[in-house]
Design a protein around this ligand. Structure first.
Ligand SMILES: [Zn+2]
Length: 347
């Protein structure tokens, strides 16, 4: 297995600034959401390995209880969220608040900043693994949770012939298909496991999707039926430095284990457990995170109006200047907030 570490934080500055602006409202929504979740039924078995949680360790994160499964080390809320959680809560948090509608120029800007580097990394890794450029271009891609189609647009630009996506949110499907100029993203309301069965592909992509699903075990079991040589590329948030910041300080809105969109969290062990169940091996891992950006946001929110403008300006400049170098230490220690993985079915 190969590793790649870090990336410049500059490519996510617009999203970070937006998040800082919305911080108070998001935090309020997250706190309202947990009072709703706490009324839901208790979980008996692990969402990933289905083992009983009777012996599992319990801990509290921002006033919400979580289990750490003692078999697979997957982290999950003690209460089972409803299918629509957190959008069915009084605060009505929705994905659209996180992903605002963009015009063509903004769409391409976001695509090139965030999604093109992901494709470049996949392409380079596969070539290094022995799959040549022509073979990559002829493979069929399916993106699970394609959102507004940024990654599919990158595949189209890269000359990939066969690609499509599925997405639960019809609004995002329409935005994506309009930008892509065709019906590439299908509205999919069933489980993600059913998508694997209905839409066969040679390369499955799932960026920040698998932490949202309830049928985790079924999903990896279905993948175990995929043909030898099938490739799975996915990213998930993990227990990290960002999780600690959220647990130790409750001034800023959560992002990593936010008790709203994220009520389960992978660990390196639970990722290994899932891949073993599916019969996939990791070819390459890219480790980077936004942990330091969270630290800056937390300090900005907490110290707002505390200092005269001269000191405030110095604080922001110094924190920004430190961000990438400190984040790279977290990345190399493998304690950053997410994992990007390229995996292959070996048998
Ligand atoms: Zn488990």
């Amino acid at each position: 297995m190969r590793f790649k570490y870090s990336k410049p934080g500059i490519d996510i500055i617009p999203e970070t600034l937006e998040r800082t602006k919305q911080d108070k409202a998001l935090l309020h929504g997250q706190m309202t959401a947990i009072s709703h979740l706490k009324k839901q039924p208790l979980r008996n078995c692990c969402i990933l390995c289905h083992d009983s949680l009777e012996q599992a360790a319990l801990f509290t994160h921002r006033q919400l209880a979580y289990y750490l499964c003692c078999r697979c080390h997957h982290i999950q809320s003690q209460h089972i969220p409803s299918e629509a959680y957190p959008t069915d809560t009084p605060a009505g948090l929705s994905f659209l608040d996180v992903y605002p509608k963009l015009n063509t120029e903004q769409f391409v800007f976001r695509q090139n900043r965030i999604y093109k580097p992901k494709y470049d990394w996949i392409r380079e890794s596969l070539i290094e693994f022995g799959i040549n450029e022509k073979e990559i271009q002829q493979k069929s891609f399916l993106e699970l949770g394609a959102g507004a189609g940024y990654f599919l647009a990158t595949l189209k630009d890269a000359g990939i012939k066969h690609f499509k996506g599925i997405e639960q949110n019809n609004f995002l499907c329409n935005i994506g298909n309009a930008h892509l100029g065709g019906n590439y993203i299908q509205h999919h309301q069933e489980t993600l496991s059913s998508a694997i069965v209905c839409h066969e592909a040679q390369i499955y992509i799932a960026f920040f999707v698998l932490e949202h699903i309830q049928d985790v075990k079924d999903f990896f079991k279905k993948l175990s039926l995929a043909k030898k040589g099938t490739i799975l590329v996915f990213s998930v948030p993990v227990f990290s430095f960002a999780t600690l910041l959220e647990s130790a300080f409750e001034f800023h809105a959560g992002r990593n284990l936010d008790n709203a969109f994220h009520v389960q969290l992978y660990t390196d062990d639970s990722i290994a457990y899932a891949l073993n169940m599916a019969g996939f091996s990791i070819i390459n891992q890219w480790l980077f995170g936004q942990d330091m950006s969270d630290l800056q946001r937390l300090l900005t929110v907490q110290l707002n109006n505390r200092y005269p403008p001269y000191l405030e300006k110095m604080m922001q400049a110094k924190l920004s200047a430190m961000q990438d170098s400190l984040q790279s230490h977290i990345d190399y220690a493998q304690f950053c907030d997410s994992r990007h993985l390229i995996c292959i079915k070996e048998k």
